[in-house]
Design a protein around this ligand. Structure first.
Ligand code: ATP
Ligand code: MG
Length: 461
């Protein structure tokens, strides 16, 4: 937590908390991140931790990762670390690898339009950075969206380019102080996050910031500042301009970080959910509907799993999210198109997935698994004879059964009986399983006896 704040403002208007004035300790930091910071510092460069990790440590949360910023260019960072590679086009960064841990080292970003800072960096000894190379600089779309962003700058400029006040705090390895450029400390005290600068401009530059506002609000249990919040619904449609592959990453963070239920409610409140899952929205008008309740229960279960360190997969999440649009579409195809249910279901799967990937690119390995989870919903009712045993062996059985149980919880009736049956069957002994199948057969009037085909020709009289 924060210490007594007798913080003083710097000329650059940063509030500086000295080592004694805050509670962030090197014990809570990644050893590898510290190694990177020390080496930068020992070689005459600046080294700071920045963003989410500083924010989370101040809040007493465990950071997901530790991001470093420096005044060294990516090339200069590469010269200092053998285990380093330069990545990214939109943002050029150095990745320093330590086994499975990757420490991201970014160079201070400058203002998009200015090349001054870039020239300054280029003039540094050993710099291979060429400020006249346009590929290194920045670019905007007509909507004001930032397309490329490789202008280097000072720490003050870097701070201005960050999204939220709570994300623009820097921990300086030189003296262990925290530099707060945008009122992050106050924001934490007031439990309110706000965008840095003019909200409309900042959302237009990068519409994903609307999703980030919601995600941080849910994760940090903070509200969103008035101006930052109220403009979101009117700009929500800008999310359509975000590449579908980036959307997949962002949506995973929204729903697979342990705060899915809260996030879902905020996404609805700010009219963002519509942008992510347009096919679902017509089904969610009534909050007591089975469609709405299934989503809420899905998010409750997902949060529970994550908070108990159980595995979650985007395949299950998306299969569940899109189940009712799929069912609706399949019924439509069968009633209006006169298709049998099997074909209607397959075609509907294509339609629903095809429409969804325009917004959110679901990688093939997940969409294949989604189809399998869906197919199991139509296969699990079929249990006669060897089928029940064969289903148990299917690679996606567990996910299919879990989803059946979720549907059963919401819909009850026959589905609840079916889910209970599968629960018991999985836990059964070989004998009890045989009994279950025999009972099932009896209840359904047994197998129909097949007529033996005639083998002998009729007697001619
Ligand atoms: P978490 O890792 O918990 O999701 P984070 O704040 O670390 O949260 P990252 O996506 O890891 O989020 O980004 C690291 C930092 O980079 C942020 O804290 C912020 O300062 C900056 N940043 C990330 N994305 C944006 C963006 N779209 N616009 C402006 N700044 C951003
Ligand atoms: Mg992070």
């Amino acid at each position: 937590m924060l210490g007594k704040s007798s913080a003083k403002a710097e000329a650059s208007q940063a509030v500086v908390l000295t080592r004694e004035q805050h509670s962030i300790s090197r014990k809570d930091m990644s050893e590898n991140a510290l190694k990177v910071l020390y080496r930068l510092n020992n070689n005459g460069f600046k080294g700071y931790l920045v963003g989410g990790c500083v924010r989370d440590m101040l809040l007493g949360l465990k950071p997901k990762d530790f991001d470093v910023v420096t005044d060294a260019t990516p090339e200069q960072v590469k010269e200092l670390f053998r285990n380093c590679r330069i990545v990214g086009r939109r943002f050029r960064l150095a990745h320093v690898m330590f086994g499975r841990e990757v420490i991201e080292v970014a160079t201070f970003r400058g203002h998009h339009a200015s090349t001054e800072a870039a020239e300054k960096v280029a003039k540094q000894p050993k710099s291979k950075f060429n400020p006249n190379d346009k590929a290194n600089l920045s670019a905007h779309s007509e909507d004001g969206q930032i397309l490329r962003d490789n202008t280097f700058g000072s720490i003050e400029e870097d701070a201005e380019r960050r999204d939220f006040d709570v994300n623009a705090m820097y921990y300086d390895i030189a003296d262990f102080s925290i530099h707060d450029f945008a009122g992050g400390i106050e924001a934490i005290k007031n439990k309110t996050i706000s965008l840095i600068g003019d909200p409309e401009t900042r959302y237009r530059e990068d519409p994903v910031r609307m999703l980030r506002a919601v995600r941080f609000s849910a994760k940090l249990d903070m509200s969103i500042g008035k101006e930052t919040a109220e403009i979101i619904p009117s700009l929500a449609s800008l999310l359509a301009n975000i590449p579908a592959a980036r959307m997949f990453e962002e949506v995973n963070k929204l729903f697979l970080s342990g705060n899915a239920l809260k996030t879902f409610r905020l996404l609805l409140e700010y009219q963002l959910f519509d942008q992510l899952f347009p096919q679902l929205m017509p089904l969610l008008q009534d909050q007591t509907s089975r469609e709405f309740r299934l989503l809420e229960q899905l998010f409750i279960n997902t949060d529970n799993r994550i908070n108990n360190d159980l595995r979650v997969t985007p395949a299950y999440l998306y299969a569940a999210l899109l189940w009712y649009p799929l069912e609706t579409r399949a019924q439509q195809l069968s009633v209006e198109g006169g298709m049998n249910m099997h074909d209607a279901f397959l075609l509907a799967s294509n339609d629903v997935l095809g429409a969804q990937v325009k917004r959110i690119m679901i990688p093939k390995r997940f969409s294949i698994a989604m189809r399998e989870i869906w197919q199991l919903q139509t296969r699990l009712p079929k249990r006669f004879g060897r089928r029940a045993y064969q289903q148990l062996e299917l690679p996606r059985f567990r996910a299919g059964y879990d989803f059946l149980s979720l549907r059963a919880e919401i819909e009850g009736g026959d589905l609840a009986e079916l889910a209970d049956w599968w629960t018991e069957f999985q836990q059964g002994t070989p004998d009890s399983r045989k009994d279950m199948l025999a009972k099932l057969q009896k209840a359904q009037g047994g197998f129909k006896k097949r007529r033996r085909p005639r083998t002998r020709p009729k007697n001619k009289s």
